[in-house]
Design a protein around this ligand. Structure first.
Ligand SMILES: *[C@@H]1O[C@H](CO)[C@@H](O)[C@H](O)[C@H]1NC(C)=O
Ligand SMILES: *[C@@H]1O[C@H](CO)[C@@H](O)[C@H](O)[C@H]1NC(C)=O
Ligand SMILES: *[C@@H]1O[C@H](CO)[C@@H](O)[C@H](O)[C@H]1NC(C)=O
Ligand SMILES: *[C@@H]1O[C@H](CO)[C@@H](O)[C@H](O)[C@H]1NC(C)=O
Ligand SMILES: *[C@@H]1O[C@H](CO)[C@@H](O)[C@H](O)[C@H]1NC(C)=O
Length: 335
């Protein structure tokens, strides 16, 4: 009898810990009533994994600071397939820590077609649409602050959304992302972002690979002084000045605002997608970071999937954990 009861309890508890998209009908109705319908934040073309977040009904309380998640190129909000694994693991971990889906929000940008990855860059339409998603979450939750967790190209998308300002596109078109969100972001986590570009983008034809374009793509610069090997570390001759993607130079500029009150850069030495050093600099390191966490043995996607407990630690304690799954040691971190 006891066994039956506990099995029933488990069956009852289980669904609440599974991250299920898309955004709730309550949030969708609110979006429709507030002029956001045209942005298609639900992204049901991708399936149930196209988005997540929202209250069940008006009575649901929001206790934790809401988190907005921004995924990388060819990924999706939640898990769509074995390659587009989304924020499934992170959201499910946070659900076990008493976060609710009324406090965690994600929408997909682009789609899960990896063949089209080279066509995606930080274009005005995508950045503007995601900026509107942040607006919607702020208004809907009535929160005064947000946390952001981002991965891969989601890092550089989210940083521009926070900082605001101009984007110049390859076709000459220009847009202004306004207003900045800087004062509203508490913790910003950037997992495996290509902040100073991608070495794979050296000397490629940007007509074929717009993702590498010089305006708002991931172009890292084609050389650095005498140095011709982007990924070399350390460089043969020192070189501090390199011209790279305007978009990236803007968000990394010494004049640029910090991306949140607490900024954390996270990457793995065994990333299989990025060359970590770009003309001698760590590409995953966000300028003005308050802390960095560098793993070994995780690939590009595992840096997002297998570090959920540490992401929770950074959000909760506003500090870098010493080792995975170890929170109990020292909770007296300075906030
Ligand atoms: C996805 O991964 C699972 C578990 O590793 C495996 O069983 C399945 O065959 C994979 N599916 C595809 C379509 O590759
Ligand atoms: C989650 O809530 C339960 C019930 O209120 C509480 O016992 C537990 O300690 C909470 N866990 C965390 C991580 O806050
Ligand atoms: C992704 O979008 C493109 C058009 O932008 C479409 O041709 C393609 O079929 C879509 N792929 C998937 C997997 O949805
Ligand atoms: C990451 O997590 C997956 C699924 O839990 C596991 O199969 C894989 O071995 C982990 N990777 C590492 C490097 O521990
Ligand atoms: C991490 O370890 C260092 C050195 O062992 C220690 O000084 C520091 O307080 C620890 N930090 C946390 C958050 O436990």
């Amino acid at each position: 009898m006891k066994l039956v009861v506990s099995i029933m309890l488990c069956l009852h508890l289980l669904p609440s810990l599974l991250a299920q998209g898309p955004i709730t009908p309550h949030f969708q109705a609110w979006l429709n009533a507030h002029g956001y319908e045209k942005y298609d934040f639900a992204r049901e073309d991708i399936g149930l994994s196209g988005s997540f977040g929202g209250k069940i009904d008006d009575s649901e309380m929001i206790r934790n600071t809401p988190i907005v998640f921004v995924h990388g190129n060819s990924d999706s909000a939640l898990q769509t397939n074995n390659f587009s694994t989304g924020w499934q693991m992170t959201v499910e971990y946070f659900l076990t820590q008493n976060y609710t889906l009324a406090e965690m929000y994600g929408t997909s940008w682009g789609n899960t077609s990896t063949a089209l990855a080279v066509l995606r860059y930080h274009d005005c339409e995508t950045v503007h649409r995601l900026r509107q998603f942040f607006n919607a979450v702020l208004q809907y939750t009535k929160a005064t602050r947000l946390h952001i967790i981002s991965h891969s190209m989601g890092v550089t998308l989210a940083r521009k959304i926070v900082q605001g300002g101009r984007i110049k596109q390859p076709n000459g078109a220009m847009c202004e992302i306004v207003p900045p969100l800087t004062a509203l972001v508490d913790v910003f986590i950037g997992l495996a972002g290509a902040n100073v570009g991608l070495c794979a983008c050296v000397n490629v034809d940007e007509n074929f690979w717009p993702t590498c374009n010089h305006f708002d793509g991931l172009w890292p610069g084609d050389s650095c002084g005498e140095n011709k090997d982007c990924a070399e570390f350390p460089l043969k001759t020192s070189c501090n000045v390199v011209e790279y993607s305007q978009y990236l130079m803007d968000i990394n500029s010494p004049q640029a605002a910090k991306d949140g009150a607490h900024v954390f850069s996270v990457w793995s030495k065994d990333d299989d997608l990025l060359s970590l050093h770009v003309w001698g600099r760590e590409t995953c390191e966000i300028p003005q970071s308050d802390g960095t966490k560098i793993y070994t043995g995780l690939n590009h996607m595992e840096t997002k999937l297998n570090t959920t407990a540490d992401q929770y630690y950074m959000i909760t304690y506003r500090a870098i954990p010493n080792s995975t799954n170890d929170y109990t040691r020292n909770n007296q971190v300075t906030l």
